[in-house]
Design a protein around this ligand. Structure first.
Ligand code: A3P
Length: 885
């Protein structure tokens, strides 16, 4: 069915120079197809109204106080920030037993969710990062298993303890049982005993601990705790319990049997070593992150032990979108009483989050598409339209990526007309796309139409960069539209009744009582939840979920729940995470969800297989020309502004998106036998470029050319003069090199631009952060100049270019030019233009000496790096190093 529709869609989209009649005909056809597809989709979703719970469930969130709290107990969340945090990086070191353990991965994921950078080390390794150049880098050290710390070899242990003392950072550790039975163990070096495999019941926080920030002490969690726990026994003042729990068997004892035993046995499953013994603070957990309260406690521990460096805001923005308020099959749509329930639930939510409104997305075509009761529900929604926020979808809920710009606009215009006809207030400048289609990967046509028809400023998607893991979703800005990450809250089009949930009501409840929904809010300051109309009719699972979520969060956390209109939400988001504004484009064909919502007219084959990245003035144009001579190697089209260089990955072109980039490449006739490539010599030394390239072209081969950096600097200076750069014309080479703070800023800038690219090792390291060495090919620029036939032979081998091209037949030395040139016929060569292989005076001796000193360290580093990678060391580098000795 889909392929038939696709055939028609493609035909429609491909009609060139469409007449108006033809266009309308096509729109009609598309509409029919979309409706057919949509009903097909709905039909495949089987509904049994017998499942319906007669009375919609109400969330029960009991919030019993800890019976031991003193009267009038109140708790102010702590501010852990002290000056000490200024010496620390926003980074944590995680030490794991091996990289596959569940707890280790769990810890890493939590830090990821909190946007805290982390380094994972296995215990077998030494910890050189604590001694070399990374001092103060880690704001906290985390052990997935405390016994790893206790049994560390003395060198590593001393190193670690010293680091913790020097920077006053603490250790968080989890206790992992070694056996299955109950046993006691005295911990080496500490007056602390651990009792393993204890079944526990009920849990509460120690209200006297000073670490609670997100967690709200003074509540009692009633219930059995899953798993077998470790508990702590101690008799030293350095230890302060963080929480209490009770021995399961002691709770239900018959008090009449032995009155002395009638008090349930209180145990300590998490403890704080305040550092009185050795100056190092430690927080130890007797259970893992499977227990939801430990997540809050872990976040508080990170914040406390890092002096606030790893604190995250307590503000939690909440937005609830009802994506398709009129889209739903007859029989499961909202009725009048459901709308009234929505309004009353919204009223309750407003008492917690001032200004909260359900955000209703509409596709006008499906208005009044239910039975009589449901149509009355639709009308009721419009009657109360001013009580909600609204945003426009596509008129027929079409997927934008399958439409051209004209049809995207047409659909939006129809929907806008529907809003006007029904006086729906649509002033939020917010929209989402059906099935996320066209938001990411970007379908430029959708963005064009959003701006033009609706003046959209903010949207949201689950797809950037990927749907999974949910905590890894991020935002970006494209063409002035803020794209925010949205979260899943466990409510889907098919979850209409409580019985749709595994474990029924309990399963639905678990989601917000410490389950995925709870953790989502715990970790993400911005929460845009997607729900559907069906979740508000029937068993009203959405109202149950959000009221329950809010009550549970209020009971257990100090989080401040906030609602602001979508545009403000976007502004606040990028104020908090400004580094996310820049997108990081990926190859849409590397992820099947992305291919599904990317236009069928676009092809990932229009992306290069290898890049020549520079640096400038090393012979990049010669290499580009030689490569282009190969019948199977195809370069990009010329740019109107930067000629043979596209310069996409550095600078502002990147923000134009990948459609713009792909326009520079032909669709290859034979995708396996054609080698598309691009050369932009500015890529090599831009710090941001390697990451961007690896994100879009992770399998690309990276080619760079290195010549003596001193020669390169001089050639670059001459190039600036030839291009009439006023600074280069007014200042001698030597004056530029010597420019210090007393010189005008432009001269200093020119100096840096002249010298920086030549710090080869440092730039190569950036590339190696994102690409394995086997994808990197380094050409000796002197060899390229003097023996290009050999270089081209090696390069073809490296890229595995087929068929082999024998350059000895096509290149020869041109005595007049003084360089190798392309053989045109027996008498004629085609050489590079006057701008390549320029004639200029030899470099003055003072500058040469200065540059020799300046690059000495960088050259030595380059030689070390090349040796380490087992790459050949160019002869010019060997000579330069020999001169230095
Ligand atoms: P000069 O003009 O200073 O001699 P790029 O193309 O990266 O801008 O590099 C230009 C340099 O390429 C020239 O610098 C020249 O030395 C070098 N080169 C190497 N092989 C060449 C060739 N076959 N023809 C012209 N220049 C070549």
């Amino acid at each position: 069915m889909w392929s038939t529709c696709r055939y028609f869609l493609v035909r429609c989209v491909c009609l060139k120079r469409m007449t108006l009649m033809r266009a309308l005909g096509c729109v009609l056809l598309l509409s029919v197809l979309t409706s057919v597809l949509f009903s097909y989709h709905l039909m495949s979703f089987k509904i049994s109204s017998s499942k319906r719970t007669l009375v919609s469930p109400q969330p029960q969130v009991s919030c019993p106080p800890d019976p031991d709290i003193p009267p009038n107990f109140t708790y102010q969340p702590r501010d852990h920030r002290t000056k000490e945090r200024n010496h620390l990086g926003r980074r944590a070191l995680i030490i794991v037993e091996n990289q596959y353990t569940k707890t280790g991965k769990g810890i890493h994921n939590v830090l990821d969710a909190l946007r805290i950078d982390s380094k994972v080390e296995t215990i077998g390794n030494n910890l050189p990062m604590l001694t070399h150049g990374e001092k103060g880098k880690f704001a906290v050290i985390i052990f997935e298993n405390y016994s790893t710390y206790l049994t560390m070899d003395s060198w590593n242990r001393q190193l670690l303890d010293k680091y913790c003392k020097n920077y006053n950072v603490g250790i968080i550790a989890f206790i992992q049982p070694k056996r299955d039975d109950v046993f006691l163990e005295n911990l080496n070096d500490f007056p602390l005993t651990v009792e393993y495999n204890i079944p526990l019941v009920n849990y509460k926080l120690n209200i006297y601990s000073t670490i609670w920030r997100m967690s709200k002490p003074g509540r009692l969690y009633e219930g059995e705790l899953a798993g077998n726990w470790a508990v702590f026994h101690f008799n030293h003042a350095t230890y302060q319990p963080l929480s209490y729990s009770y021995l399961k068997s002691s709770l239900n004892q018959d008090p009449s049997a032995n009155p002395a035993d009638s008090k349930p046995k209180r145990l300590v499953p998490a403890i704080h070593d305040t550092g009185q013994l050795d100056g190092i603070q430690r927080i130890l957990f007797g259970g893992g992150l499977e227990f939801w309260m430990h997540h809050m406690m872990f976040v508080d521990s990170l914040s406390y032990l890092s002096h606030g460096k790893l604190s995250i805001t307590l503000d939690r923005y909440i937005q609830v979108d009802i994506d398709d308020i009129f889209v739903g099959k007859e029989g499961v749509r909202v009725k009048v009483e459901d709308v009234m329930a929505m309004l009353s639930s919204q009223k309750y939510l407003q008492t917690v989050m001032e200004g909260f409104h359900f955000n209703l997305g509409f596709s006008g075509r499906f208005y009044l598409h239910g039975n009589a009761e449901e149509d009355a529900g639709d009308k009721k929604l419009l009657e109360y339209r001013h009580h909600f926020w609204w945003f426009g979808h596509m008129f027929k809920h079409e997927q934008a990526h399958s439409l051209d710009v004209r049809n995207v606009e047409l659909s939006m215009t129809l929907n806008k007309q529907f809003a006007q006809d029904n006086a729906i207030p649509v002033d939020q400048h917010y929209a989402v796309a059906p099935h996320h289609s066209g938001v990411y990967p970007v379908h430029e046509e959708l963005y064009d139409a959003w701006r033009k028809i609706w003046d959209i400023k903010v949207t949201s998607t689950e797809e950037y960069p990927f749907l999974y893991p949910f905590w890894g979703r991020r935002g970006f800005v494209h063409r002035g539209i803020m794209v925010l990450p949205r979260q899943t809250c466990g409510l889907f089009t098919h979850t209409v009744f409580v019985t749709d949930y595994k474990d029924g009501l309990q399963g639905l409840e678990e989601n917000f009582k410490g389950g995925e929904l709870f953790l989502t809010v715990l970790y993400s300051p911005f929460n845009i939840f997607m729900t559907h109309m069906n979740n508000y009719g029937n068993d009203r699972v959405a109202l149950f979920t959000f009221e329950g979520m809010v009550k549970f969060l209020q009971c257990w956390t100090n989080l401040r729940l906030i609602s602001v209109p979508p545009v403000q939400l976007g502004i606040n988001y990028f104020n908090m995470f400004p580094e996310e504004k820049d997108p990081l484009w990926q190859n849409p064909c590397d992820y099947k969800r992305h291919i599904a919502i990317w236009s069928a007219n676009k092809s990932c084959e229009r992306l290069p297989r290898f890049l020549v990245v520079g640096p400038q003035k090393t012979g990049t144009t010669a290499l580009y020309t030689f490569l282009s001579m190969h019948p199977a190697v195809v370069s990009n089209y010329d740019s109107a502004t930067t000629f043979e260089e596209v310069q996409f990955f550095n600078g502002n072109n990147y923000y134009k998106g990948i459609d713009w980039y792909m326009e520079f490449f032909p669709v290859p006739q034979n995708s396996t036998g054609t080698y598309l490539f691009e050369k932009s010599a500015t890529y090599f030394d831009h710090e941001i470029v390697p990451q961007r390239v690896s994100s879009l072209l992770p399998r690309a081969k990276i080619i760079c050319i290195l010549i003596d950096p001193a020669k390169r600097a001089y050639s670059w200076y001459q190039h600036q003069r030839a291009h009439k750069d006023p600074v280069a014309l007014n200042y001698s080479f030597n004056a530029v090199l010597m420019a210090d703070e007393r010189m005008p800023r432009q001269v200093r800038d020119l100096r840096n631009r002249c010298l920086d690219p030549g710090m080869y090792a440092q730039h190569l390291m950036h590339w190696l952060d994102y690409f394995p060495a086997r994808q990197l090919f380094i050409i000796d620029g002197e060899q390229l100049r003097n023996n290009p036939i050999h270089v081209m032979h090696k390069l073809q081998q490296f890229i595995h270019i087929q068929p082999y091209f024998d350059y000895s037949q096509h290149l020869r030395f041109d005595p007049q030019k003084g360089f190798f040139c392309q053989v045109m016929n027996d008498n004629r060569n085609k050489c590079l233009g006057r701008g390549k292989g320029r004639m200029y005076d030899a470099m003055d001796e003072t500058s040469a000496t200065f540059l020799r000193h300046f690059y000495r360290k960088h050259n030595a580093n380059l030689s070390k790096l090349l040796n380490k990678l087992n790459f050949p060391v160019p002869s010019w580098l060997q000579d330069a190093l020999a001169d230095d000795n």
